[in-house]
Design a protein around this ligand. Structure first.
Ligand code: HEC
Length: 112
């Protein structure tokens, strides 16, 4: 009799523990996925690469700016977009697109 009661208690307890762990894992997973989807790190590079290939590849190699840190590439792009710096072609980007482009361009390895 005693043995059965203890087993029932254990099963209930284990079930609850399992539920708590499953809920925690699910919450962590949802948090992680939403962070990846909303952060720059998650999709900045594909977006930056796409912008570069569409708008810049005619005149630039992808490693043209790989010597510069991200912040400097972003500053150069902002200056061009604002009209403060001369550039062969007028550029028109949002701050977000500038971030993507700068993330991409500063992440390229220099080709040998
Ligand atoms: C029509 C050709 C052309 C296109 C398209 C073009 N560039 Fe350029 N870009 C140049 C030339 C030529 C220079 C170097 C001389 C100059 O500064 O105008 C240059 C220079 C730059 C510089 C350096 C500016 C500085 O202050 O030294 C940056 C940054 C740059 N381009 C970014 C881009 C990006 C990003 C794109 C795409 C969104 C792009 N360019 C598209 C021709 C182009």
């Amino acid at each position: 009799m005693n043995g059965i009661n203890i087993d029932m208690f254990r099963n209930k307890y284990t079930e609850r523990l399992f539920f708590v762990i499953a809920a925690a894992v699910t919450a962590a997973l949802v948090l992680f996925i939403s962070l990846v989807l909303t952060s720059n790190i998650g999709y900045a590079e594909p977006a930056g690469e796409m912008l570069f290939e569409q708008e810049c590849l005619d005149c630039h190699y992808s490693d043209d700016f790989s010597d510069y840190p991200q912040s400097e590439v972003a500053a150069m792009l902002k200056a061009i977009v604002n009209g403060e710096a001369d550039h062969m072609q007028e550029l028109n980007f949002t701050d977000e697109e500038i971030e993507y482009l700068a993330n991409y361009l500063s992440s390229i390895e220099v080709a040998e």
